[in-house]
Design a protein around this ligand. Sequence first.
Ligand SMILES: [Zn+2]
Length: 283
Amino acid sequence: MRVHHLNCISSCPLGGKLMDGQTSTVFGRGGLCCHCLLVETEAGLVLIDTGFGLRDVADPRGRLSHFFLALLSPDFREEMTAVRQIEALGFSATDVRHIVLTDFDHAGGLDDFPEATVHMLQQERDDALAQRSWLDRQRYRPQQWSSRKRWKVYRLGRGEGWYGFECVRDLAGVPPEILMVPLPGHTYGHAGIAVRQADRWLLQAGDAYFFHREMNLSSPWCTPGLRFYQTMMEMDRRARLANQDRLRALRRSRGGEIELFCAHDPFEFRRLAGRPMSLPAGK
Ligand SMILES: [Zn+2]
């Protein structure tokens, strides 16, 4: 299965170097990617997360939380939306038959794929619909849910695990080489998505961690800005930190078989995509 790495619109958070570890000062805005995968399969195209979509680019304030727009200042370039990058690769929006979500923070582009079934953990959907807290109402945006009739949800606790993690293997219509690995903490229904590629696995760990050095085995470290951000966004701190420990252990024991990366780290994106995060695929 051929896999493409897409950055579907960067965020430019306040705090510069305190967030991304590479901007020259703390006064400028930093740069974080939104690392999505496009997988060419026998069942059509499968998209792992969507980032922001065309409607977000056209009307950010009508679609997104004003709080997050001020904090993250996304770089709304239409050519960086998943649908435009997929077109630049020679496909069309309707070729995307499935979208598998880590969580709703990366779901603004759902509206751009009218033929896609959207797969997620049941807990994530339930929390999105419940809108329990102020934070929930900022992160779960009903304005982005024209796909709602095509959502397919999964519970935990059935079937065989994946390298010691629980997993959801049988995503309806999706090849078995793509599976969901629940990694709760950031949200209760948060999941990583594993994709089998030849003799190894890719594990897109979503928001289970934010900075590549958090997965450093001897001295894990995170920028202070992203440490603060993760604390602000977390729903279950114990689960989040325990899952980071488990991911480091996985990397220690299976690092040769599993390529682990998260949604927002520009260093990991550049390494895996082979291009800087500012460039769209297919150009
Ligand atoms: Zn995220």
